[in-house]
Ligand binder design. Sequence first.
Ligand SMILES: *Cc1c(COP(=O)(O)O)cnc(C)c1O
Length: 235
Amino acid sequence: MATISDNLQRVRNRIALACARAGRDPASVQLLAVSKTFDADAVQAAHAAGQRAFGENYVQEGVGKIQALRAVGLPGLVWHCIGPLQSNKTRPVAEHFDWVHTVDRLKIAQRLSEQRPAHLAPLQVCVQVNVDGGPNKSGVAPAEALALAQAVAALPRLRLRGLMCIPEPAPDVAAACAVLGRARALFDDLVATGLPLDTLSMGMSDDLEAAVASGSTMVRVGSAIFGRRVYPDAA
Ligand SMILES: *Cc1c(COP(=O)(O)O)cnc(C)c1O
């Protein structure tokens, strides 16, 4: 059976190959390992294989792992919240995570900024954009991204890093690249206004090649590293 270490190496190779094909430096694409539904041991195995950045979707589950691994003393872990955020769940996120990718309205951003403890570095954030108008409705409309990004950038305890998107599955690579390319164009438009952005979070296990070809700087990969997820409800 393939181990987490084998899988990580395979994903790193996929990213390197996609970068080579796109004429990009492999160091320009960060790998975020999405550990949702997997336990702290799985994170530890990935850490032993050199992985440092981890993504979690569910606040309670993520905070549990963050605390467990802090107690173990694993060095260098960076935790990214990539799940939808309700305003009554912002406090544990502000107190425990390093990054949030799913800021899609000002109220959430204001709460995160107010609740970020003074002894921690500013919370690193991406504005989530609903780039294809998909039915899941998370994310700000592309036309509203600049205004939200500017408002978020002005908050004292947040540091705006870029944009994040989760497009609907596309029928083929060309269609995927068309949507992902629109996200990149929007990112470039925001940078051109003077916002100091360096992160475009897009691409998952099934579309990371298309995302790298389209200009992603951070791919969020779960099942290709940790295996198929089993949700408690479906067990
Ligand atoms: C679960 C999840 C991922 C990882 O998905 P895989 O298909 O398992 O790679 C990436 N991004 C978000 C927002 C997710 O919820």
